[in-house]
Design a protein around this ligand. Sequence first.
Ligand code: GDP
Length: 204
Amino acid sequence: METARKLFAGPVTFLKSAPGLEFLPPADVPEVAFAGRSNVGKSSLLNALTNRNSLARTSNTPGRTQELNFFDVGEPLRMRLVDMPGYGFAEAPKDIVRKWRFLVNDFLRGRATLKRALVLIDSRHGVKDVDREVMEMLDKAAVSYRLVLTKADKIKASALQEVQDATSAEARKHGAAHPDIIATSSEKGGGIAELRAAVLEAIL
Ligand code: GDP
């Protein structure tokens, strides 16, 4: 955990946004990608993970360009974080959803340096059908992934245990998912050290 803390205490810099596969940075360092429904708390979690206030910008709005955002971690460069576009807008236009699916699927299937994905799940809501679709995409692309609960401070400890158990049961149904769930709170800092360790473990 100390090594993981040090990794994220060093330089973390925004590298680029890729609205399409032709804009991807070279596949030259190990990458860990973050995915989740819009508003799940992904930007907040990326900021907490890297100890920054505004590295990742909050909430894409529906219809906004769907992009993969890349962040370089470490000096010398050790790894890259990939912020995947949020999904599951109720009112998202069909062509946006299609574009999202193509971009994400092509990235997941074709990115040799992608070591793991973290799929964020809101503690209050648990795994939804849109999350299951993404989990299936990851299973099919053979990208190993972990489910991470967000906003753990928003529910009681007993409810958190229940959602953790249900989420773990869900993970066990999926070939590429890790059965252990990390519960986090960007607000209170809970689970962040564990998440850092999970990211580091993925690239070793
Ligand atoms: P994104 O759309 O997935 O990037 O989500 P954001 O990071 O923008 O978070 C969505 C909303 O949830 C914002 O109002 C955040 O302040 C709030 N939020 C995010 N993480 C936490 C958390 O750990 N605890 C609490 N209480 N609120 C959170």
